[in-house]
Design a protein around this ligand. Sequence first.
Ligand SMILES: [Zn+2]
Length: 120
Amino acid sequence: MAKTGLRGPYQLTFDGISGAVTRQSAGVYVLGHTTDEGKFRIQYIGRSDSDVRETLRSYIGSNSSFKYGYYPSSKDAFLKECDLYHDFSPPGNKIHPDRPKTSNLECPRCRFFGVPRPRG
Ligand SMILES: [Zn+2]
C-alpha cells in the first residue's frame, strides 16, 4: 500500500487543526478516519494554493481526521495532489484535481488536461 508521506493523522477539529498546522502555506491534505485496526482510510484529498489551515477549517465536521503537508508553491502542491489522487483513488474525489488558476500545469500521471496547444 502506498504511503501518503503526509503528517498526521490529526483530529479534524478547530483545535486539532490549530495545533497541527501552524504555518500559512500552500499545502495538500487528506481527510478520512482511522479504523479500529489503526489504519488511516482516505476519503478525500485536496489542495490549498495559499493556506492549507484555512482550507482544512472549512471541512470540520465532514470527516474525523486529516493528514497534511506543506508545499512551497501551488505547483508543488498540485503535483503532490495528483500523485495522491492516482495512488489512492479516494472515494470522495469524483473528478480529477483541478490545476492552480492561471497555470498550464499538466498532471504528471495522466492526460486529464490534454496536450497543450502549440503556441503561435
Ligand atoms: Zn492525473
